[in-house]
Design a protein around this ligand. Structure first.
Ligand code: F3S
Length: 413
């Protein structure tokens, strides 16, 4: 990310907000945005059209985070642009049935109430782009959830840095973000090329690939060259989520596929090229060794309507032995419920859980010890965030584990 020596220019309106003329809550937001602008050498601020705020689960925020939000909201600050929330620590409706404690639920509801006082829509999802909040190409936005940031930058062609919770909230309240990093053309060129020469057949393959690329890239911008491209656009959120988890990738390109790569040359001269012709190192790094599975977690990033339909279809006439959580946005759950996909999953014994996911929920309190998932991001974070033993593999293998309670042997191809 380039830092410039120039002074940060503020408009008269921005200066007035910083001076407190719009109230102390707005002044606090401007202080954060301006401080980031100075740290990163921005020449100016830019208006944003959409904000997504992370730091919603009480598990991560704790009492100090809740008090910070309540104090700021009490200063009268309100968001100026459409703003959504990342997943919370529980399903906001069915939390009791799922085993969350009254104490946790009360604190989590207080967090949501504080965000609602700012005027934020409590979507509680990492896929705002699937529930009516998809920015257009070139839009400047301030999103915080790393998988959503990568999807917005790479697949939608919008422009955002990887915001933190407070900086995203500050952008929502001020309506602005500091114009540096991925808001600028010069930082959106690929600084490395990845030649992908192995077949990609499933979303878990995309996850394993993303995991390997993230490790190589760290915070660089990769441009991927596929020799056998079969994944649709939706699989791309799996790819980006994994890259953002194992590395700090916030933007990638795919030759001939993603919007900026379709529009012209995106690779900076001299960029180094890497070859990936085998996914087994990624699969092995993400997969554990436990045999008994007491939870199967699907929907990371949050499941789309098409994803819920596919799971419902694959579960027809099957009966689950192990707990299955399919996590999704509440709006997606409602759409799936209306067309019968939720009741088909429930008929097999699975649960379609909204507003949360197994990384931000207090899983350890719910008694789960081992998990199977088809998500590389979930497999990467769950051991450290939730103390779970994890098995990682394709959807069908995870569903087989849900039926038997055991991680199945790999099928012969
Ligand atoms: Fe979303 Fe949770 Fe995965 S926030 S990307 S479902 S870890």
């Amino acid at each position: 990310m380039s830092k410039g020596p120039q002074a940060l220019h503020l408009s008269l309106e921005e200066q007035a907000m910083l001076a407190g003329e719009a109230g102390p809550g707005v002044a606090k937001a401007m202080e954060i945005v301006v401080a980031l602008g100075r740290i990163y050498g921005a020449a100016r601020l830019t208006p944003v059209s959409s904000v997504q705020v992370s730091g919603v689960s009480y598990k991560n925020l704790g009492d100090a985070g809740l008090a910070f939000l309540e104090t700021w909201a009490a200063q009268g600050a309100r968001v100026q642009v459409p703003t959504t929330l990342n997943p919370a620590g529980m399903d906001l409706v069915n939390w009791r049935d799922l085993g969350f404690s009254d104490e946790f639920a009360q604190r989590q509801q207080a967090v949501i109430a504080a965000y609602t006082r700012f005027g934020i829509t409590p979507t509680c999802t990492c896929t705002p782009y699937l529930v009516g909040h998809a920015p257009a190409r070139g839009n400047h936005i301030a999103w915080a959830e790393s998988s959503a940031v990568t999807y917005a930058n790479s697949v939608l062609g919008a422009r955002t840095n990887r915001e933190g919770g407070p900086s995203a909230l500050a952008a929502a309240i001020s309506g602005r973000t500091a114009c540096y990093g991925f808001h600028l053309d010069e930082n959106r060129q690929a600084t490395m090329v990845v030649d992908v020469r192995c077949p990609i057949g499933t979303e878990s393959d995309l996850g394993a690939l993303g995991f390997m690329i993230g490790q190589l890239a760290e915070n660089r911008v990769p441009c991927l060259r596929f020799h056998d491209w079969r994944a649709g656009d939706l699989g791309l959120n799996t790819l980006g989520a994994a890259m953002a988890a194992s590395g700090a990738v916030a933007l990638y390109h795919i030759e001939g596929i993603t919007p900026e790569a379709r529009a012209g040359a995106v690779v900076r001269p001299g960029a180094e090229t890497y070859l990936i012709d085998d996914l087994s190192p990624g699969r092995k790094a993400l997969d554990g060794t436990c045999g008994i599975i007491d939870l199967v977690s699907l929907g990371c990033p949050h499941a789309s309507l098409a994803g819920l339909r596919e799971i419902a279809e694959r579960l027809d006439r099957r009966r689950l032995k192990t707990t299955l959580w399919v996590t999704t946005a509440r709006a997606t759950r409602e759409a799936a419920e209306a067309e019968g996909a939720v009741s088909r999953i429930e008929a097999a014994g699975g649960l379609v859980v909204a507003d949360t996911c197994m990384v931000v929920a207090p899983v350890e309190e719910l008694g789960f010890r081992s998990m199977a998932t088809n998500s590389a991001k979930m497999a990467f974070y769950s051991p450290s965030h939730s103390g779970l033993q994890v098995r990682f593999g394709p959807l069908e293998r995870c569903l087989d584990a849900a039926v038997t309670g055991k991680w199945p042997a790999a099928r012969a191809i």
